[in-house]
Write a protein that binds this ligand. Structure first.
Ligand code: UD1
Ligand code: UDP
Length: 365
């Protein structure tokens, strides 16, 4: 059976790594190819993850790069179509909710290829975010919908997806976490950064938080006020870096681990996992980090109005705070008031999701 897996952005590499390993180790002879759309391309946003996660280099890099939504989606579709026809796989596997996910699913489905969507069924209800549109459209046209929790199954059922297309398999991102946590801890990143007391971490990259200078400044101020004299390690996403530079916000940042926002480059997977595993608190607007902190038992404050991952609030460690500065400060105080080690790991987030997916794909071949 021939699988063509698509990746485009940082979290995709983390999700696809266990799938590639499970497909290659499976008793059925899977032939696997990996297409990178090139949506993320900086070494720290892309290449570093292949090395950290032991993923072989992509067979093809479409090299589409950055651009507006229409431009980026269209460029991926145009570049992917000939590659797909040439490869002629049995299944196209897409992960997550980014522009590359939708672009490749749409291209494949129109050419009558079978499309499998991993991390299907998540819904925030917020159609103002590009990810929600990507999720709904990708799920609507995919043949196999692999979900991370039963709420996602219910979302899909509500949208009329027949039950036989929905497979609750667990969470591939957590497969990767479980596999790499010992090595991540061994890397002792906090010590290497010179931090020897309780610290927090911060990531921000949602357009609604970071594209406008005033909004971003107010958020950084709120995080600073909430975390007091704790060091807050802040690996800065390139999208956020560009606003910081354009709007002159470097005054909020420092380049050492004293009290305040310690800005660093985007970190490799192992270092960042190790950093979060040892943190007192994580403040973020990331999707994946809400899940990782839930499994690590580290309190997480999410700077978004709504989450597509409500299970991380119900069972994990997540507090959804929006981006109003007062609410953010209060949520940080609440997070710091919680013990590390709280929350529970959601059902089937056990390190074996990718094996279940590959078994299902093999059965259907
Ligand atoms: C994208 C996804 C988002 C996901 C995130 C993961 C969409 C619509 N958005 O957001 O859902 O959470 O990836 O990190 O698909 N840039 C660089 N170097 C890079 C990549 C990006 O400098 O390697 C800069 C460019 O200025 C670019 C901007 O970051 O315009 C945004 O990149 P883009 O991939 O469009 O969106 P993200 O914000 O990264
Ligand atoms: N991550 C990383 N280094 C960083 C920031 C994030 O390795 O500097 C990892 C993080 O642990 C998670 C994934 O990247 O596994 C999340 O990616 P991101 O927040 O960019 O995207 P989202 O999950 O919001 O789509």
């Amino acid at each position: 059976m021939k699988l063509l897996c698509v990746v485009g952005v940082r979290p995709n590499f983390i999700k696809v790594a266990p799938l590639l390993a499970a497909a290659r180790a499976h008793r059925h002879p899977f032939e696997v190819s990996l297409v990178h759309t090139g949506q993320h391309y900086d070494k720290r946003m892309s290449g570093a993850f292949f090395a950290d996660l032991g993923i072989p280099p992509p067979d093809i890099d479409l090299g589409v790069g950055s651009g507006g939504h229409a431009q980026q989606t269209a460029r991926v579709m145009m570049a992917f179509e000939p590659v797909l026809l040439e490869s002629d796989p049995d299944v196209v596997v897409v992960v997550g909710d980014v522009n590359s996910t939708l672009a490749c699913a749409l291209t494949a489905k129109k050419l009558h290829y079978r499309v499998s969507h991993i991390e299907a069924g998540l819904r925030s209800g917020d159609m103002a975010t590009p990810e929600e549109i990507n999720r709904i459209c990708t799920d609507a046209i995919s043949d196999d919908l692999f979900t991370t929790d039963r709420m996602a199954d219910a979302n899909l059922a509500r949208e009329g997806v027949p039950g036989e297309r929905i497979h609750f398999v667990g969470n591939v991102m957590i497969d990767t976490l479980i596999r790499h946590l010992p090595a991540a801890r061994d890397a002792r990143i906090a010590e290497r950064l010179g931090i020897n007391r309780p610290y927090a971490t911060l990531t921000l990259h949602r357009p609604t938080n970071v594209d406008d200078g005033e909004t971003l400044a107010a958020l950084l101020e709120a995080v600073l006020a909430g975390t007091g004299d704790m060091p807050v390690v802040f690996p800065v996403h390139p999208r956020t870096r560009s606003t910081i530079e354009r709007c002159g916000l470097t005054r909020f940042l420092r380049d050492d681990p004293g009290p305040g926002l310690f800005a660093v480059e985007p970190m490799g997977y192992l270092d960042f996992l190790g950093l979060n595993a040892g943190a007192r608190l994580v403040v973020t607007d990331s999707g994946g980090l809400q899940e990782e902190t839930s499994v690590l038992g580290v309190p997480c404050v999410t700077l978004r109005e709504r989450t597509e991952r409500p299970i991380t609030v119900q069972q994990g460690t997540n507090i959804v705070a929006g981006n109003d500065p007062g609410r953010v400060r209060a949520a940080i105080a609440e997070g710091l008031g919680r013990e590390v080690g709280g929350g529970q790991t959601p059902e089937l987030w056990d390190g074996h999701a990718a094996e279940r997916i590959v078994d299902i794909l093999a059965e259907r071949s």
